[in-house]
Design a protein around this ligand. Structure first.
Ligand code: DHK
Length: 149
């Protein structure tokens, strides 16, 4: 199985570090990507790290991942709560999918409690801050290793 993992980020995450830091922390998305690359190297994973404010771009990356990737880590951000289209795209992907939320969505407004993506995800990480990304990579590496053995 491919050791390439897609790390996908939804809307407004380009503003990480500047946006509501009391909720999302002070690290930028570039910091998160650098940390992911460090941990990926340790885990012998290759990563493609993307962010978009456009739903269709995220769907296109999932379609691309179908052809080449062994797993997907995704923080769909607000699309978590709205997007049947991203769920449908993820349902076409055969490998493991981990859903990430930086904040604990269950401690927040009721509209953040429902996730379309969770009905597909093999695991959900919420409320671990940006550390959730590297935890997701560790879990994906384990699942990819298990499938290969
Ligand atoms: C990020 C967002 O942008 C919100 O729309 C979600 C998620 C929560 C996060 O915690 O990473 O509700």
């Amino acid at each position: 199985m491919s050791r390439l993992v897609y790390v996908l980020n939804g809307p407004n995450l380009n503003l990480l570090g500047k946006r509501q830091p009391h909720i999302y922390g002070h690290e930028t998305l570039a910091d998160v990507e650098a940390e992911c690359r460090k941990v990926a190297e340790e885990l012998r994973l290759d990563i493609r790290f993307h962010q978009s404010n456009r739903e269709y771009e995220i769907i296109d990356w999932v379609h691309e991942a179908r052809e080449v990737a062994g797993g997907i880590a995704i923080n769909p951000a607000a699309f978590t709560h709205t997007s049947v289209a991203i769920l449908d795209a993820l349902n076409t992907f055969e490998g493991p999918v981990i859903e990430i939320h930086i904040s604990n969505v269950h401690k927040r407004e009721a509209f953040r409690h429902h996730s379309f993506v969770s009905t597909r995800a093999d695991g959900v990480i919420a409320g671990f801050g940006t550390q959730g990304y590297t935890l997701a990579l560790r879990r994906l590496a384990r699942l990819i290793d298990e499938k290969a053995s």
